[in-house]
Write a protein that binds this ligand. Structure first.
Ligand code: SF4
Ligand code: SF4
Length: 119
């Protein structure tokens, strides 16, 4: 045991120094979802295909929809992104989703008059 400790004591750490050093996620990584309300047509294919019922699309008014995503239910499979015919959903590389307040795991994306998107 002591020999093992001495062998490794001067070596570079095998793990990353997170969160001081952040890794770049690889291409195709599926992290937190992003919703583009201006593209959504309300077809709800994303809701139908989600295996964990983590996404809900609500109609706000004619041609205006919001997406409610439960981050604690989402398994980041990207099925909703693939199912959307209008590219209104996107997987980002955001992995920092830890929350002390569970209510913050329910994210509402809704169009805003000033910049057309809200997170
Ligand atoms: S599949 Fe796309 S266009 Fe259809 S409701 Fe979902 S986000 Fe909107
Ligand atoms: S990434 Fe998968 S689990 Fe998450 S909302 Fe989309 S379909 Fe559902």
């Amino acid at each position: 045991m002591l020999k093992e400790v001495l062998n490794h004591i001067m070596k570079k750490p095998a793990t990353n120094l997170y969160p001081a050093q952040k890794l770049q996620m690889p291409p195709g990584f599926r992290g937190k979802l992003k919703f583009y309300p201006e593209r959504c047509i309300g077809c709800k294919l994303c809701m139908r295909d989600c295996p964990t019922q983590a996404i809900t699309i609500n109609k706000l008014e004619d041609n205006k929809f919001e997406a409610v995503i439960e981050l604690d239910r989402c398994i980041y499979c990207g099925q909703c992104v693939d199912s959307c015919p209008k590219k209104a959903l996107e997987s980002t590389k955001d992995v920092e989703l830890t929350q002390l307040d569970a209510h913050k795991l329910r994210v509402v994306f809704r169009a805003q008059p000033e910049n057309n998107s809200k997170k």
